[in-house]
Ligand binder design. Structure first.
Ligand code: CA
Length: 225
């Protein structure tokens, strides 16, 4: 994985501890280096600091997402809730708060990397609702026959909704299904990802909608004809 961090001592510490936890790491200190490395595409995960000397972590996240679905974990300063949400809106898969607890970071990396297509949890199911179809094993979604690019989280969430049609899913159920039962996250992640997926489905004119069930959660339903 690629660690993007301009504080040399922190970068070195994270690399050491993550390697101790069994990961292979590389480290860069600027946004431009990060983009070049990410575009070369040899990393299974990006650990992205927000405050960098040239580009912000958010900007890097946005640019990487234009071309790649590589898992991204944002490292943000404590308590900056709007920052966290901004990162997720731009397509980050998760975030950790400084000071970084490497054990927690390692668990989060395992959770996002496990969600990769071809991971053992994946089935070969095909789901269809209205004009939308999803192929689990090929990590493919089509609406009216056209491919729709989704991030891994959006894909996993859509897959979960499609396998539970018309059944209301609580935020906790979605957190378990999409992020994993051993994952300690907050339901902000769920709300932001639902919002992103909902807008995406609308933008490609899918005839299904993720509806909010106030106080309960979310449900995927085919639109009324
Ligand atoms: Ca920094």
């Amino acid at each position: 994985m690629l660690i993007v961090e301009d504080e040399a001592s922190l970068a070195r510490l994270m690399a050491l501890e993550l390697e101790h936890a069994g990961f292979t790491t590389a480290t860069v200190a600027t946004g431009q280096q990060a983009l070049a490395e990410a575009q070369a595409g040899h990393f299974d995960c990006l650990i992205l600091d927000v405050m960098l000397p040239d580009l912000s972590g958010f900007e890097i996240c946005r640019r990487v997402r234009e071309t790649a679905d590589t898992p991204i974990i944002i490292v943000t300063a404590r308590g900056q809730i709007p920052d966290k949400v901004a990162g997720l809106e731009l397509g980050a898969d998760d975030y950790v708060v400084k000071p970084v607890n490497t054990e927690e970071l390692a668990a989060r990396i395992r959770a996002v990397v496990r969600r990769r297509p071809g991971g053992s949890a994946h089935s070969t199911a095909v789901y269809t609702i209205g004009n939308l179809s999803l192929w689990s094993d090929q990590h493919q979604v089509r609406v009216n026959g056209q491919n729709v690019a989704l991030t891994l989280l959006e894909f996993r969430m859509l897959e979960h909704f499609l396998s539970h049609p018309n059944r209301v899913q609580s935020r906790e159920a979605l957190l378990d299904a999409v992020w994993g039962v051993d994952f300690v996250g907050d339901t902000n992640l769920v709300d932001v990802t639902v919002g992103r997926l909902r807008r995406r489905l609308r933008s490609v004119q899918a005839d299904t909608t993720i509806e909010t069930v106030r106080g309960v959660g979310y449900v995927l339903r085919r639109d009324q004809q």
